[in-house]
Design a protein around this ligand. Structure first.
Ligand SMILES: NC(=O)c1ccc[n+]([C@@H]2O[C@H](COP(=O)([O-])OP(=O)(O)OC[C@H]3O[C@@H](n4cnc5c(N)ncnc54)[C@H](O)[C@@H]3O)[C@@H](O)[C@H]2O)c1
Length: 471
């Protein structure tokens, strides 16, 4: 199912990496070259080639009616098609999947909403025809993650903006391919990280940016989700196969993306290095035996990754999709003047003088040693509600998708394209949040800290702070 195009592009990249640098110590991590310096593994960072320009702050020409093609319309992609029927100023032009039944289901979403039928594409290479059309502006990708990059590259090479599900890329080489192709073709490449639009996360980001927690020194994120009921639902068992054959934090962005937004990553801050540790595989191995007849499972039952930032903060990420635990993305911020935590218990700790005037009503108390009371929390969340939520929360809750955050994400993507604004998430976010997969793997395999590449190539201070643009 590998595309020739991607294979050739990957091969060229691998060869150029290998030719540009020397490798020392340990085995070469497939696809990338590295050196070891002062006890840290450092992957080569390819120089920006002539003709490429940074995508920081990039805005394309406004597209009043955004014409969309969907590639991969299984569980996640089909739900996106349904949500798009609730958006103004979009036309669904093409629906592409391996299964005719998924295409039929999505055509029905369109006809039920009174919308025109889209062109159907069924087959592993059919996405190319969709990308080659000249009446499509945006390709929305929700295939298995192992195929995101081949579709995304092909789409950008054919002049299309790209929105791609999480994780956008698996290998470090793929992360650079997304960055380089987006920079060269001047097409957006946004990862569809929905959790940054969650009502708690976005409100808390707003508080963080307004200094409610003082200076943030530590953050925690997680993807702890017992996937037992879901393994059999993925097409051709792709998700379990992927986990069986990969070590590390394989799904970092739901916990990590919102933290990076709160900490202004590559907008005045950057990640410097990470180190990972995992457990042996017990429940994963049992799954491999039961469902695949295999006696090996690479992914540990629990993986922890710690990251140090340029501004001196520590970040701790957890990944566990095998254990019987409550769902947990953590989303925890520790600041010098306050604290936020979403899972397993949502709450804030505020200190005197940090909340803006008028938030605390008569009788409301601040206690720096405990979670704020429910009424203080509600008053603070209301006062710091993000303008995006003020605008779209009600409709998002009606349309739904993880409680509404999925619709907020789609709405923002289309709003920014329609108005010619920079997108909320850029290609550097996609690369930074996805590279944790391959870097955690490298750290585990080599038992070493690993430097986090600067995908902006030195421009991480050019933008100061996260901005969600409005006209
Ligand atoms: N953001 C979120 O909350 C969230 C939630 C679930 C899944 N995801 C991500 O969404 C993506 C899809 O996950 P899913 O659960 O929908 O998987 P799925 O197995 O239900 O769907 C994947 C679909 O892709 C199709 N497909 C595979 N190869 C294709 C090709 N070459 N061309 C066209 N279609 C192709 C398959 O036929 C299948 O219908 C994954 O990357 C996953 O990580 C994100």
């Amino acid at each position: 199912m590998k595309r020739n195009f991607t294979f050739v592009a990957s091969l060229a990249l691998v060869i150029s990496f290998v030719m540009q640098s020397c490798c020392c110590g340990g085995d070469v991590v497939v696809g990338e070259s590295y050196k070891v310096e002062n006890g840290m593994l450092i992957f080569d960072e390819p120089a920006r080639v002539a003709g490429q320009e940074s995508m920081l702050g990039f805005a394309a020409e406004p597209i009043p009616v955004v014409r969309v093609g969907f590639v991969g319309i299984g569980m996640r992609g089909s739900a996106a098609v349904e949500r798009f029927t609730h958006l103004e100023g979009v036309e669904v032009k093409g629906l592409c999947d391996l299964e005719q039944s998924n295409v039929d289901k999505c055509q029905k979403y369109l006809s039920d909403a009174g919308l025109a039928a889209a062109e159907s594409y069924v087959g592993p290479e059919e996405y190319k025809k969709l990308c080659e059309r000249d009446d499509v502006d945006l390709i929305y990708i929700a295939t298995p993650c192992t195929q995101h990059v081949s579709v995304a590259l092909y789409a950008m090479e054919h002049g299309k903006h790209v929105a791609v599900e999480v994780p956008a890329a698996i290998t470090l080489a793929e992360c650079w391919q997304l960055v380089d192709t987006s920079e060269r073709t001047r097409r957006h490449c946004m990862m569809l990280e929905n959790c940054i639009y969650d009502f708690f996360e976005l409100t808390t980001m707003n508080m963080a940016h307004q200094g409610v927690f003082g200076e943030i020194v530590h953050a925690e994120g997680a993807y702890i989700h017992n996937l037992e009921p879901y393994w059999d639902g993925s097409h051709n068992n792709w998700r379990l196969k992927f986990n069986q054959s990969h070590r590390g934090d394989l799904y970092p962005s739901h916990g990590f993306g919102p933290i990076c937004m709160a900490l202004n990553m590559h907008r005045g801050n950057k990640m410097n290095y990470l180190v990972s540790m995992d457990t042996k595989s017990v429940n994963g191995l049992a799954l491999a035996k039961e469902k695949m007849g295999l006696s090996e499972f690479k992914n540990g039952d629990h993986t922890i990754t710690m990251i140090k930032t340029e501004l001196g903060q520590s970040i701790e990420l957890h990944y566990d999709v095998y254990s019987p635990r409550p769902y947990d993305r953590r989303y925890q911020l520790t600041g010098t003047k306050g604290f936020a935590n979403k899972y397993p218990i949502s709450g804030y700790t505020f200190t005197e003088g940090q909340l803006k005037d008028g938030v605390l009503k008569e009788g409301m108390q601040i206690n720096p040693h405990d979670f704020a009371s429910q009424d203080v929390m509600a008053a603070a969340m209301d006062a710091y509600k993000h303008p995006i939520h003020q605008e779209i929360e009600e409709k998002a809750k009606q349309v739904g998708g993880h409680g509404g955050m999925d619709f907020v994400m789609d709405y923002r993507l289309i709003y920014c394209l329609q108005n010619g604004l920079p997108l909320d998430q850029d290609v550097y976010d996609a690369a930074e949040w996805s590279c944790v997969i391959s870097l955690s793997d490298a750290s585990l395999e080599h038992k070493m800290p690993v430097a986090v590449p600067d995908f902006t190539r030195g421009d991480w201070k050019k933008l100061q702070g996260v901005t969600f643009h409005s006209k």
